[in-house]
Write a protein that binds this ligand. Structure first.
Ligand SMILES: *Cc1c(COP(=O)(O)O)cnc(C)c1O
Length: 500
């Protein structure tokens, strides 16, 4: 439950300190407690409360700062200001209730006394009614104040593009991925494009990749002026089959882009060996795989470059678009930095073609604040995956659905993708009716996309990719999903295949 704590109830709680029921519930994370910043002076004015008391209070709560517009609305209401503002904040921020000593003063929102809150949380949980594929706002309680701090600094400094915030994120990301360098860019798509440009890939060149991936992987090869050459995927991991790559290498081949699909690394050793033997570059499409590892080495540190995305639905997402390229090569690093700013070096002198591939400081701020939680959230995803595995096994569903195995530890489960045979579309409709978010990644393999017709591929060329596109379904797996929700998902899949 997400609650806004009214000033009166916080003052009372501070007086009782150790045995404040409300604060204990927040401390134990049984609910997410928010306090409006406008309540702080009210609390401080209460004679028995010291500033240290309020400081320690804020360690367990998150601060909700009203905008000037929120305040204006509350001032214009016919209710007293404090109640009007609290009611408005609860509604606008999607909180569940205000907790107050005087619930009668509130209208239009759920208002609970501390005792009522306790009762509600102690009651048997209400049955799950909905599981979203992704609920980004669910973790705001953990991160919003840190994001706001970073963003306020940026806004006050006026340094909006690249600059110290982006450099700091680059250092932290290089450290996280165990590479020498990282270059923040405008999106994951642009990360792939700039990586190809840094290698000088262009017209006449061929780049080998998977046809079963997000469009950007192959789209960026075309945008670089080169030709994508597809190699089918493995039926278990959905990643490129290394043993099929060699026969596709021609004198024009310049690079291989293995995709670490759904958060699990492609089988990199044979790919890297082949690339070394044939003098090819390797660019990892690690957009879905931040934090994943292959034989103890992090994604992004395996090839010549690693490309990451900060799209909000990725495991480390910003509040908008952003991306990053990692590398251990000083030479590539220098190229990336120049191409990122229109090939300009020094400023206004252009020796090479580049583009605007710059990362915003505000995006770097959101990503930096979230990076502190990435390991915790990744471990929660991995735990959720284990729970699904167990639930599917216990429900005798494994003859009907193929589960995603962890072939190369560590899988970071950007998606938890099952195979549901020829009943996939029916299952999806059924789950959507039960208000369970699920999605098909991806319904059409890239070699069959209209815009790639001129490449000359046809249906049947990549049977595993085509089969995966027909049979797979992604289930809710993010760190915000709880055990009861997972049970509900598996229960409904059981109902679909086996009846009640
Ligand atoms: C998301 C994604 C991209 C593109 O990233 P954006 O930040 O959305 O441009 C590229 N490749 C894969 C595999 C992705 O999942």
């Amino acid at each position: 439950m997400r609650i806004l704590l009214d000033a009166d109830c916080l003052i009372q709680a501070l007086k009782n300190r150790a045995d404040s029921a409300v604060l204990n519930l927040c401390r134990q994370k049984r609910c997410q407690g928010w306090v409006a910043s406008t309540s702080i002076p009210v609390i401080l004015e209460s004679a028995e409360v010291s500033e240290e008391d309020v400081q320690s209070l804020l360690r367990d709560l998150a601060v909700l700062t009203p905008t000037a517009h929120d305040i204006d609305l509350a001032l214009g209401s016919d209710k007293p200001f404090a109640q009007a503002l609290a009611a408005h904040l609860v509604k606008a921020s999607g909180l569940d209730a205000v907790v107050t000593l005087s619930p009668e003063k509130f209208s239009g929102i759920t208002a609970l006394t501390p005792d009522q809150l306790q009762e509600k949380l102690d009651a048997p949980p209400s049955p799950v009614e909905e599981v979203r594929l992704l609920d980004i706002t669910a973790s705001y309680h953990q991160i919003l104040n840190a994001v706001e701090k970073e963003m306020a600094e940026t806004i006050r400094s006026g340094y909006f593009i690249l600059g110290p915030k982006v450099s700091r994120l680059e250092e932290r990301m290089a450290d996280y991925c165990q590479t020498k360098y990282a270059v923040g860019v405008s999106s994951g798509t642009d990360a792939l494009l700039i990586a190809l440009m840094a290698l000088g890939v262009g017209p006449g060149d061929e780049v080998i990749t998977s046809p079963y991936t997000f469009f950007a992987t192959a789209g960026s090869i075309i945008r670089a002026g080169a030709k994508p050459v597809f190699v089918d995927v493995n039926d278990i991991t959905f990643n490129i089959k290394p043993e099929h790559i060699e026969r596709c290498i021609t004198p024009n081949t310049k690079a291989i882009i293995p995709v670490h699909l759904y958060g699990q690394c492609a089988d990199m050793d044979p790919i890297l060996q082949l690339a070394r033997d044939k003098g090819l570059a390797v660019i990892e499409d690690a957009a879905q795989a931040i934090g994943s590892e292959y034989k103890g080495r992090p994604a992004g540190s395996l090839g010549d470059m690693g490309c990451f995305s900060f799209f909000p639905a990725k495991n480390l997402g910003g509040f908008g678009d952003g991306g990053l390229v990692t590398t251990n090569s000083e030479e590539i690093y220098k190229q990336l930095k120049i191409i990122r700013v229109h090939g300009s070096e020094p400023k206004y002198y252009h020796k090479v073609m580049g583009g605007n591939f710059r990362l915003d400081a505000l995006q770097a701020d959101a990503v930096s604040a979230k990076l502190n939680f990435l390991e915790e959230w990744t471990e929660k995803r991995r735990k959720n995956a284990q729970i699904y595995h167990q639930l599917f096994k216990d429900s005798a569903l494994t003859p009907f659905v193929q589960l995603p195995p962890e072939v190369f530890s560590r899988h970071v489960y950007n998606q938890y993708v099952i195979r549901a045979g020829n009943r996939r579309d029916e299952l999806r409709t059924f789950l959507n009716e039960k208000r369970i978010g699920c999605e098909i990644y991806y319904p059409v393999p890239l070699h069959l996309q209209d815009c790639f017709k001129s490449l000359g591929y046809k249906s049947g060329d990549f049977p595993e990719s085509e089969k995966a596109a027909r049979e797979t379904l992604a289930l809710p797996i993010s760190h915000e999903v709880d055990h009861a929700q997972q049970e509900y998902v598996v229960q409904m899949i059981h109902r679909f295949f086996l009846g009640e």
